[in-house]
Design a protein around this ligand. Sequence first.
Ligand SMILES: [Zn+2]
Length: 254
Amino acid sequence: MARDMVMEHLHPTFRQKVELLLQELARANLPFRLFEGFRSPQRQRELYNQGRTKPGAKVTNADAWSSLHQYGVAADFVLYIDGKWSWDDSGERKGWWKQLHKLAQLQQLEPLSWELPHLQMQGMQLAQLRSGSYPPNGDTDWAENLQQAIASWHGTPAAPPLPTAQFGRPPLPANAPVLETNNLPAHDARRATVIARDGLRLRAGPGTSFDVKTTLRSGQLITVIQTSGDWSQIDIQGDGFADGYCHSGYLAFS
Ligand SMILES: [Zn+2]
């Protein structure tokens, strides 16, 4: 299972710290790069099995959903020299790793004493993350990736609760026009506005495993026909016919 180096899969607060750290490392001429960011529960399980039910030396004590990598708030930094990754910490390089940790601490990134490349967002408690208490101000990129990981996991331990992206929306001005409600197709249908900054995926069914049919515009006004768990069945044109489903966390109901 491949490593994930996608910055967007990291929680935005953590992502910003990682970006600043990478800038500081470049400025200090330290050849560290992001080796791995988000890690799926499947890959975590695969690494956990190594040295236990699979051959090889143990590489981690954390099973699926027990590493901060699964929540997008941890990342591993490794030396990249002459086109190769290096974990070497002998001689002069010992000081480089020390500098990595020093620069990281300036960004409130915590190292682990037993794992040189690992840095995580300060103050994160695994128990809180597992119970669905995620850091504030998660964005769509981070939330959708974590939702996907949760939806793809059917093993033990159970996946954590779904995250929702949060948006710092300014309050509605007092003179904002009241929406036209003459054409509501059904008395129980509700109007809602898409609040996902980069648009919201409309899917064929209520879950991230269903195909994406189209992307709703940020700010687009739609009609919710009914809800199913965290998902809303959407009528785009307001003609009373269902067009698909999207996650209710990105809808503001009017
Ligand atoms: Zn790590």
